[in-house]
Design a protein. Structure first.
Length: 235
């Protein structure tokens, strides 16, 4: 979540209600558990994580943050939800990992530590903020020259509406109703334009396939539903 100028109190509250079950692989965060290894592998294939400074923006309960830390990264995880940050910090006692979790906005982190991170991850967040362009500018500001940003989100297509809203929220009930708003989904071309406007160079766009019945996730050439992308800040 983001600052009061780029955040929805309803969104923060909605994800806060899921906080206590964030680490339950069969709970409401089940899709995040299933997608997390694929998202991590996508980042690890493009950044040497050993000793790298990585920001996880909108970290939630810390699924990706812990995976990055386990690979040797020095991770700063930020979210505006106090309840999810509490859960993330508590889980460190089980995992014995080190992550710097903060209740902090992307704008605040970008202002406090500009050009400080080798990689910035922003997974499944941009479709929840009122001003995606401002968020992208924050992500770019955090990156050191030569660093990479990773963003995953939902495409604005009928297929995404059917899978993420009708399918996941109403039919299978994998997600609480109201989790997503179709009008806030971004086409890859739109997100690429925001990245270029922030001074970043798009390197890759890949689809994220997911079968909720088998709980299998994979990278794909098809970006009609979920996709993940990588952009680089010029050196």
């Amino acid at each position: 979540m983001q600052t009061t100028s780029n955040a929805s109190p309803e969104e923060i509250a909605r994800f806060g209600k899921l906080a206590s079950r964030w680490w339950d692989p069969d709970g409401e965060s089940r899709p995040l558990h299933d997608l997390n290894p694929v998202r991590f592998d996508y980042v690890a294939a493009r950044v040497d994580l050993r000793g790298a400074r990585v920001a996880d923006v909108g970290c939630g309960g810390g699924l990706l943050s812990e995976a990055l830390a386990r690979a040797g990264a020095k991770v700063t995880g930020i979210d505006l939800g106090q309840r999810v940050i509490d859960v993330a910090q508590l889980h460190l006692h089980e995992s014995n990992l080190e992550v710097d979790y903060r209740v902090q906005s992307s704008a605040e982190l970008a202002a406090a530590e500009p050009a400080s991170f080798d990689a910035v991850c922003c997974m499944e967040l941009i479709e929840h903020v009122p001003d995606p362009a401002a968020l992208v500018r924050d992500l770019a500001a955090m990156l050191r020259p030569g660093g990479r940003v990773f963003v995953s989100t939902l495409n604005r297509t009928p297929a995404a509406f059917g899978a993420a809203i009708l399918g996941a929220e109403y039919i299978t009930r994998l997600l609480p109703r109201g989790t997503h708003h179709y009008a806030q989904f971004l086409k890859p071309s739109e997100l690429a334009r925001l990245l270029r406007a922030a001074g970043l160079e798009l390197e890759d766009v890949s689809g994220l396939g997911y079968n909720p019945l088998t709980r299998k996730a994979w990278l794909s050439r098809l970006t009609a539903v979920n996709y993940v992308l990588c952009a680089r800040k010029p050196a």
